[in-house]
Ligand binder design. Structure first.
Ligand code: 13P
Length: 250
């Protein structure tokens, strides 16, 4: 039985004061929710703050990106072990915004996924197609290519220590999430693709859903058999909304 996981992706939002209020509210609100797991992926400068507030609460924290190398001359980059120094359990890898705006290739994303596991974090590998690809009927093809970048290089066992997130780009930040049945179909496709290589890994693998997961659609999405949780952007910034989504998972 897979345990649901809800992760907030704060993206480039927040400041010390607002973060404190939000994190304090999550600590208070999630205290009684014990049937699922919860995490927030905060901007890197606030990892210290997240660690200070969340340590010992049962809520995990993580980062939104990292370099694929362990150290070196990469001005402005953050090495995996630096995230470990601040207690990160999770790191989001290959978010569509990084693939698009920072030109991260499938190859680089796969390398980051591998390095994160090597240092002991759980990478959350994001997969998802653009609106154009979706309208052209190429959604499965795109998602398969993104997934295979990890599978063909590192094998299915690699996924044992990671998490997947299917986030159709056409749903992100629009307020119009995928219909639950449509989300389920892609999640099932992803799980079956992993199962072709390793059925046990596929059965245990968490596949989160992202893209306008809101209070209004969370319960329905989370009731789908292959939707194992949510990766929440917008609604993770408002304690009341994030807590309601967590409650649906709980
Ligand atoms: P929204 O929930 O704002 O659509 O963002 C989803 C997302 O990109 C999470 O990683």
């Amino acid at each position: 039985m897979r345990r649901k996981l809800v992760v907030g992706n704060w993206k480039m939002h927040g400041d010390l004061k607002a973060n404190k209020a939000l994190l304090d509210a999550l600590v208070a609100g999630l205290r009684s929710y014990r049937n699922a797991d919860y995490a927030v992926c905060v901007p890197a400068p606030y990892l210290f703050q997240a660690q200070a507030i969340l340590q010992g609460t049962g809520i995990a924290w993580g980062a939104q990106n990292m370099n694929q190398f362990e150290a070196g001359a990469f001005t402005g980059s953050i090495a995996p072990h630096m995230l470990m120094d601040f207690g990160c359990s999770y790191v989001i890898i290959g978010h569509s915004e990084r693939r698009e705006f920072c030109h991260e290739s499938d190859h680089v994303v796969a390398a980051k996924f591998h390095t994160a596991i090597k240092v002991g974090m759980k990478p959350i590998l994001c997969l998802g197609e653009t609106r154009e690809a979706s309208e052209a009927g190429q959604a499965e093809e795109v998602v398969a290519r993104q997934l295979d970048a990890v599978l063909s290089r590192f094998g299915a066992q690699e996924l044992r220590r990671g998490v997947l997130a299917y986030e159709p780009i056409w749903a992100i930040g629009t307020g119009r999430g995928a219909a639950p049945e449509r989300a389920q179909a892609m999640h099932e496709f992803i799980r079956k693709r992993v199962a072709r290589l390793d059925e046990t890994v596929a059965e245990e693998l968490l596949i989160l859903h992202g893209g306008s997961v809101r209070v209004t659609n969370a319960a329905q999405l989370l009731s789908m058999p292959d939707v194992d949780g949510a990766l929440v952007g917008h609604s993770s910034l408002v304690a009341r909304e994030f807590l309601a989504i967590c409650q649906a998972a709980n």
